[in-house]
Design a protein around this ligand. Sequence first.
Ligand code: SAH
Ligand code: SF4
Ligand code: F3S
Length: 434
Amino acid sequence: MKKVYIETYGCQMNVNDTEVVFSILGANGYERTEDISLADVIMANTCSVRDNAEQRIWGRVEQFCLQRRNRKVVIGIMGCMAERLKDALLDSGKVDVVAGPDSYRSLPSLLEAAFDGHPQINVELSREETYADISPVRIDKNGVSAFISIMRGCNNVCSYCVVPFTRGAERSRDASTIVREACDCSQKGYKEVTLLGQNVDSYNCNGVTFAQLLEMVARVDPRMRVRFSTSNPQDISDEVLYTMAKYPNICKHIHLPVQSGSDRMLEKMRRRYTREWYLQRVAKIREVLPGCGLTTDVIAGFCSETEEDHRDTLSLFEQVGFDTAFMFYYSERPGTLAARKYPDDVDIETKTRRLNEIIELQCRKSLESYRADIGKEFEVLVEGPSKKGDGQLCGRASNNKMCVWADNTHKAGDYVTVKVTDCTSATLICEEIR
Ligand code: SAH
Ligand code: SF4
Ligand code: F3S
C-alpha cells in the first residue's frame, strides 16, 4: 500500500474534503500517514481566499520538495489554489498533480499516472458533484465532532471573493444522504455534527429547505449536537431561528459574517443587505434565541473605503457586541469583480491601522460578552484536555464559547454541567457542578 500525507489549509469545507479524499484513496490502495517522511504521496489541500494563504502554501511546497531528495514522492496540490492557478502550478516544476475541488474521484488515476512520470491536472468544475455517496474518513482525532458538507460551491458574487471561482456553482446535496451520514456519525459515537456550506440558508434539494434539513438532522439523535456554518445575513430565515429554538440539541450559535458596517461598502462588495437589515436580523436572533452566540467576519480597507465607512464598521461592532470575530484586511484576488472594477486603493498602512482598530474594539467587546456569562451554568461537550496541559478539560457551551475546568473524571464526548466563575476574552473559566 502506498502512503499518503495531506496537509489541510483554509476553511472547514477543506477539512471535510480531505476526509472525502482519504476515503476515495483508501478504497484504491492508499493508506493515510501523518508522518511526511514515510509518504509516497504528499498533498496540500489549499486555500486561495487571501494572498497570504497562498504564499504560505508556496512555502510548504518548497518543504515538500526536500522529501524528494532520498526517495520517489508524488507531490500534489488540491483544493482552491489548484482550481485558481491550474497549469501555472505544474509549470512551477515542483508539483506532479493538480486537482480541483470537484475532481477528487479522479485522484487515484491522476496519482497512478504521476507515479509513471506524467504530471497530471484535473480542474474541471461540476454542476452535480456533491460526493454524496462517500463516507468521509474522519481526521479529527477526538472522535467527538464531525463535519458534514450539505452543499458545495457558491452562487453569490461578492465582489472581493474568489470562492465562486474556485468552488463553482452552488449545488445542494440530497437530504437523505445527509441524514444517513448523521445517523452513521451517531452510531459511531460522535456527539456533534457541523453542517457545512458557503451559504447554508440557500440549501434547497428537491424542495427541502435548510430549516427542514436542520430539523431532520436534529431528530437523528437528541444527544448529538448540531451546528452549522455559514449563514448569510441576506438569506437567514425566521424558520431557521424557530427550528433552532425548538430543538435543544441545535446549538445556539450563529456565524453571521457582516464584512462591513457601511452601506456604501456593502453595496460595492455586492453583499445583498444593508447595515439596517443586518441589525434587524441580529435583533430577531436575540428575540427568538436569547443567549445565542453570535460571531462574524469583517474586511477592513476594501476598495475606496473612507474613514467614515470605517467608523461605520466600528460603530456596528460597538452596537452588536459579537462574541468573537474573524478580522482581515482586504486582499485583492485576481479575476474577481472587485479586482477588475475597483482599484485596491487603500494603502497597507491604513488597512493595517483600521484592522487593528477593529481588533482592539472587538477584544474589548469579547471580554464584555464573556464576562456577561459569569455566574451562568452551561452544559458543555468535552473535547479533551485543555491546551495548557494542566489537568483541566475543555469543551464548548452551546453558544460556542470555549470552557475550561478542573476535572479528572470525565473524558472527550461526555456532557458536563459547569458554572462560569471567571473568564478571559476567549475562554470561560468554570467549575463543574455535581
Ligand atoms: N461564505 C462565507 C465566507 C467564506 S470566505 C460568507 O459569505 O460569509 C471567509 C471570509 O474570508 C469571508 O467572510 C471574508 O470576511 C473573508 N474574505 C473573503 N475574501 C476576502 C478577500 N479578498 N480579502 C480579505 N478577506 C476576504
Ligand atoms: Fe464568497 Fe460571498 Fe460566496 Fe461567501 S457568499 S463564499 S463571501 S461569494
Ligand atoms: Fe479558502 Fe476555498 Fe475555503 S478559498 S476559505 S478553502 S472555499
